[in-house]
Design a protein around this ligand. Structure first.
Ligand code: MN3
Length: 198
């Protein structure tokens, strides 16, 4: 199985003003495409050809850094585009809201902890909501890693590499994270992943 760049699930200008057309043209059309192309080249002869993307990511972790970085980022970005939608944020579906409150205390606390994880990820990486041992946790990872390689299932991730926010927010990563949580997150997709993770 080779990797392919998925289309964005919305037009490039649909997330403005929170994420601009220019950011998505660079981030999706160039950065994600590079992970796809590099990943396909590195997949050849790796012994992981024919495996699913998740299996490639897990199989390459700690063993084949080049392949892992590109396949990991391909996996992360496939979801990242779907973790956002025009007029996102807002109401969280009932079952997901209940589970967040039960495991993390409150919606406000979840948002605060998620943003804090993104702000404190030193250098490039991601902050996450993931399901581990049946509970939702907040976590962060460097570079192309995800909770998938730490025994958990990601249900929401925000890319805090500078390429994700520098055009729109310059150095203001906290403002980008706040806009992501309040105005971009597709909570229906998060709820869908939570249902599958159980
Ligand atoms: Mn990225």
């Amino acid at each position: 199985m080779s990797f392919t760049l998925p289309d964005l699930p919305y037009p490039h200008d649909a997330l403005a003003p929170y994420m601009s057309r220019e950011t998505l043209e660079y981030h999706h059309d160039k950065h994600h495409l590079a992970y796809v192309n590099n990943g396909n080249n590195l997949l050849k002869g790796s012994g992981l050809e024919g495996k699913s993307l998740e299996e490639v990511v897990k199989g390459a972790f700690g063993k084949n850094a080049g392949l892992f970085n590109n396949a990991g980022q391909h996996y992360n970005h496939n979801h990242f585009w779907k973790w956002m939608k025009p007029k996102g944020g807002g109401k969280i579906p009932g079952a997901l809201e209940k589970k967040i409150v039960a495991d993390l205390g409150s919606i406000e606390k979840m948002k605060e902890d998620f943003i804090q994880a993104g702000v404190t990820q030193f250098g490039s990486g991601w902050c996450w909501l993931a399901v581990k041992d049946g509970k939702i946790i907040v976590t962060k990872t460097p570079n192309g890693e995800s909770p998938l390689v730490h025994g958990a299932t990601p249900i929401l991730g925000c890319d805090v590499w500078e390429h994700s926010y520098y055009i729109d927010y310059r150095n203001r990563r906290p403002d980008y994270l706040k806009a992501f949580v309040e105005n971009l997150v597709n909570w229906e997709y998060v709820a869908e992943l939570l249902a599958k993770a159980k």
